[in-house]
Design a protein around this ligand. Structure first.
Ligand code: M6R
Length: 591
């Protein structure tokens, strides 16, 4: 949801800003822009992906040792050149980049226009430089003017601002949109996310809501929105710059799929920490998972697990719908928020509500993100930076944390032992890649797809369908297999491939009957099940064989791997960039 960067360094800023903003491209790719300061403000910006704009404009060809940059995921105003950030005031003496939404921008724009300000874009952001201009004209410096501007604004924002009238200063302010401060050696950064600046520093301060950072060549001062200086902790980031590179793969998504066995191993090392967290829990009589998208699918596995293993009533609520669950919360409810980014606006809103009534636990990948600072307890998924928009390795690490949490709450060490074998099962699934490429070629022109499974395989079916939708643009539905004949069976005919997730176990035979039902209506079957499952092989047009000793309860982790690969390769066959699917951004920081 837009990425912002700012830096003040010893050398030329534009190439550094370009490099940093390229590392944020997973947050948005409608347009890109850079502004630097060297006496005057210099701006280059346009619509399109960064590489294309760079080829046309050479964004690095502007002077100065400080500046700001932006990649956009459009909210207000079309993704055009004029709406690309940075935006400026009337005299082009102030430049601003922004991530978030200014809810009262129409009202502010009208007031500013009546006061004589000239607007040149359709964005909500443009009110910010004009407000700063207004307050600077009243005699305030950039810092105070920026603070006053944010007091007029309703909504969410991470802002970086510079002014030609106050060279050598960058202001960053945050409210409900992520913003970090990077502290290098005599160089300082602002960024929406850690991977943007890993190449330059691993020392990071996380800004909280209504805090601002004032950067100059001598250092950084953090203040609250009333100007009081704050003493903030500097965090050392463990991630390396290499982790956010493609490492020889064509796409981040493929690299991240292949990293999954190692990710599970790293995440399993969190078990003692999870036991610590569990040891502090009071007694609960209800669990409520809250999440969006892929993280919601991981939560569904949590529901099956917690209810079957622990017998604790467990609900799963979409974060955007959580407000309706508020009335049912109490001190005996554990609310578990699952989020890769820890910055998803709907999830953070739900966390705020849950914190007032219940104990909260956040399972998050990004260290220091807002959810980790606001929840009562935190468990980290050790997946490393995930750059591909489609969640892959973070999904399986979320699942691993959920299993470990259930095991720690239940004391079932037998399942913990079985979890150790999952990386090996995943490796074997990855070894089916060539076969999956052939299946992708066969089904690449399909217009509709069905995925189904029962019990623990139902979330896998949902996740397979989501992956296919988001990176291939093929319409896909994920269903609980038993639900098919309650409506969707009417849609099945010869043109519709059905991917059936059928691991060995209690649900196997019933799911196989569902396979027969859709086959009888002409569907082509892609069966995903044990390589020793002769019955499934017989029913399937194509089969993806998994290790026979994967138990049903643990199947969600290894069984999602072939579904991720299938989507990836269909995306490639269709000429789509799976790392940057249209209309989507990695982190959804607006509600
Ligand atoms: O960062 P979060 O886990 O809170 O993000 C939630 C969803 O936006 C996310 O899982 C999304 O559905 C995935 N990128 C899909 O692959």
């Amino acid at each position: 949801m837009c990425g912002i960067v700012a830096c003040i360094i010893k050398d030329k800023a534009a190439p550094v800003l370009l490099d940093c903003v390229q590392r944020l491209e997973y947050r948005g790719y409608d347009s890109v822009g850079i502004a630097t300061l060297s006496g005057d403000i210099y701006i280059k910006k346009n619509e399109g992906k960064i590489d294309d704009v760079q080829k046309k404009l050479d964004l690095t060809d502007i002077p100065g040792n400080m500046g700001i940059a932006h990649v956009r995921w459009a909210t207000h105003g079309l993704p055009t050149g004029k709406n690309a950030h940075p935006h400026t005031d009337c005299k082009k003496r102030i430049a601003v980049v922004h991530n978030g939404i200014i809810e009262n921008y129409n009202e502010l724009k009208t007031i500013l226009q009546n006061e004589g300000h000239i607007f040149t874009s359709d964005t909500d952001t443009e009110v910010i430089p004009h407000l700063i201009e207004k307050y600077m004209e009243m005699g305030n410096g950039l810092e105070v003017a920026s603070r006053l501007a944010t007091k007029d604004i309703q909504g969410s924002y991470a802002i970086a601002a510079i002014s030609a009238d106050e060279p050598n200063k960058i202001i960053g302010i945050r409210k409900e949109s992520p913003l970090i401060v990077g502290i290098g050696e005599n160089e300082f950064f602002l960024a929406s996310d850690v991977p943007a600046i890993l190449e330059h520093t691993k020392n990071v301060i996380y800004l909280d809501d209504n805090e601002m950072a004032v950067l100059d060549l001598d250092g950084v001062v953090i203040k609250d929105i009333d100007g009081n200086v704050l003493d903030k902790e500097i965090n050392i980031i463990e991630w390396t710059a290499d982790m956010a590179e493609k490492g020889g793969y064509n796409h981040f998504m493929l690299k991240e799929i292949h990293e999954q066995p190692e990710v599970i191993r790293n995440t399993l090392m969190e078990y003692p920490e999870i036991e610590n967290v569990v040891s502090t829990f009071p007694e609960f009589n209800r669990i409520c998972f809250v999440a969006c998208g892929t993280s919601y699918h991981a939560s569904l596995v949590g529901k099956y697990l917690f209810e079957t293993m622990l017998g604790i009533p467990t609900d799963v609520v979409l974060a955007s719908e959580f407000i309706f669950s508020e009335g049912a919360l109490n001190a005996k409810t554990l609310v578990i928020l699952i989020s890769q980014s820890g910055e998803t606006a709907d999830t953070l809103r739900a966390l705020k509500i849950a914190n007032t009534k219940s104990e909260t636990l956040a399972i998050v990948n990004v260290l220091g993100s807002t959810a980790t600072r606001e929840a009562d307890h935190v468990i980290y998924t050790r997946a490393g930076p995930e750059i591909g928009v489609a969640a892959t390795k973070t999904y399986v690490s979320q699942l691993t944390c959920i299993y470990m949490l259930a095991i720690a709450m239940d004391g079932n060490n037998n399942l913990l032992e079985k979890l150790q074998k999952v990386p090996g099962f995943m490796k074997n699934a990855l070894a089916r890649e060539d076969h999956i490429i052939q299946i992708a070629k066969k089904y690449k022109n399909s217009t509709d797809f069905f995925f189904f499974g029962r019990g623990f395989s139902y979330p896998t079916a949902l996740e397979g369908a989501l992956k296919l939708k988001e990176i291939t643009y093929i319409h896909a539905e994920g269903y609980a297999a038993g639900e098919l004949k309650h409506g969707p069976l009417a849609l099945i005919d010869d043109d519709v491939p059905v991917l059936a997730v059928v691991p060995p176990g209690d649900r196997h035979d019933k799911t196989l009957s569902n396979v027969e039902e859709v086959k009888a209506r002409g569907a082509s079957i892609i069966g995903v099940g044990s390589s020793e499952d002769a019955a499934l092989r017989l029913e399937s047009d194509d089969i993806i064989g998994m290790d026979n000793d994967i138990s049903e309860i643990l199947s969600p982790i290894p069984y999602v791997v072939p579904l991720q690969l299938l989507s990836y390769y269909i995306s490639i066959e269709r000429g789509i960039d799976p790392d940057k699917p249209k209309n989507l951004a990695k982190c959804v920081t607006v509600e």
